[in-house]
Ligand binder design. Structure first.
Ligand code: CUA
Length: 385
């Protein structure tokens, strides 16, 4: 079960479905490199000996090139480099296209630990328990700086980036205990930022889940935030009568913005809409939502996203499930949205539920929120959690 039972002694064990592909590609590159290095050195030595100076001041034969030879040494490297490209593309495609039927786990990196949460609510720090033979997708972000989630035995890794979601998936093939590392220098204790991934038989995994305090699931925690703690529900009402759009069925659907652009409402879009509400305004609505930047932690954001995602099923419209290539569509457009800084935001510094009297007003009294408009999608920095 341990690290050194791999077929090459210095290599970590192969414990995921694409480990052999990565190793295959790696050894292919190694073989090509070895072949040419040996070939070139051998040719060098052979030619040096064969054409060494035999008589003083001899003149070399004139050579005028050879079409055949030149074609050959162009085509062979081309074919070889294309096989390398193809191999790399296949491995990349397999690793970074997220499967739809995966078990999802949320990961928040933090100097210097990994915080993980299962969909069933169990939380772990620097440990991840997963069942064998099942696709697992990680949705990851960080509270502070760049980190990188790396499990060598799975031959996969992914940067964890402030201010956005990245994802990573794998399917473990062997029960065991595998190293987890942070693979991006992130400060003083970077080298200590790691732990273990425990791959268990499904039965053992079920036992493990049952034996752990689950607390609120991300969806429950998100609903609590949405309905009570942050008061989102006062504007985003179920019946479309609120001042904000109803969020039923929004996840995964196409949203038309006031700018005329369309975006797919993925994790990244929802996150951005909470932190930079005025940057992407849905057509037909006013840019009146205050920012929640600084009021929600990354873990709470993950819960909110999970909750809004769970509302997708309630809709009549069919929402395409999980557009997992988050970031591609909605980030980057950052501030492309509404520059209407003149519209004041409701004074709502604590994110408390607005009194009903204010809700019915169309003109909102109170100072505009200085944080709201024109903020780029920068990370929310939390120093205390
Ligand atoms: Cu986190 Cu290095």
């Amino acid at each position: 079960m341990q690290q050194n039972s791999s077929w090459v002694p210095i290599f970590p064990e192969q414990a995921s479905t694409f480990a052999w592909q990565v190793d295959g590609l790696y050894f292919y590159l190694l073989a090509i490199t070895a072949f040419f290095t040996i070939g070139i050195v051998a040719a060098l030595i052979f030619l040096v000996i064969k054409y060494r100076e035999k008589e003083k001041y001899a003149t070399g034969a004139e050579i005028h090139g050879s079409i055949g030879l030149e074609t050959l040494w162009s085509i062979i490297p081309f074919v070889i480099s294309m096989t390398v490209f193809l191999g790399g593309a296949i491995v990349y495609y397999n690793q970074y296209r997220m499967p739809k039927d995966a078990m999802e786990i949320y990961v928040v990196g933090k100097q210097w630990m990994w915080k993980l949460q299962h969909q069933t609510g169990q939380r772990e720090i620097n440990e991840l328990h997963i069942p064998v033979g099942r696709k697992v997708k990680l949705t990851m972000t960080t509270e502070d700086v760049l980190h990188d989630f790396f499990v060598p035995a799975f031959r996969t890794k992914m940067d964890v980036v402030p201010g956005r979601y990245t994802s990573l998936w794998f399917e473990a093939t062997k029960p065991g205990k595998y190293r987890l590392f942070c693979a991006e220098y992130c400060g003083l204790n970077h080298s200590g930022m790691g732990g273990w991934v425990y791959v268990m038989e499904q039965r053992d995994f079920d036992n493990w889940l049952a034996g752990n305090v689950s607390g609120q699931t991300p969806v429950e925690a998100g609903r609590d935030l949405f309905e009570n703690k942050l008061g989102c529900a006062s504007c985003h009402q179920q019946n479309s009568q609120g001042r904000g759009p109803t969020l039923n069925g929004v996840y995964g659907s196409e949203q038309k913005l006031t700018t005329g652009q369309s975006v797919v409402a993925d994790d990244e879009y929802i996150r951005n809409s909470i932190l930079n509400p005025t940057s992407q305004i849905v057509e037909g609505y006013q840019p009146i939502m205050p920012t929640f930047k600084g009021q929600v932690t990354e873990e709470q954001l993950v819960s909110l996203v999970a909750y809004i995602k769970s509302l997708a099923g309630n809709a009549s419209g069919t929402a395409p499930a999980g557009s997992s290539q988050s970031g591609a569509t909605s980030t980057g457009s950052g501030n492309a949205g509404n520059p209407s800084a003149s519209v004041p935001n409701p004074a709502n510094p604590n994110g408390a539920r607005l009194p009903t009297s204010q809700l019915t007003n169309t003109t909102i009294p109170g100072a505009s929120n200085p944080n709201a408009p024109g903020n780029s999608s920068e990370p929310t920095r939390r120093d205390n959690k």
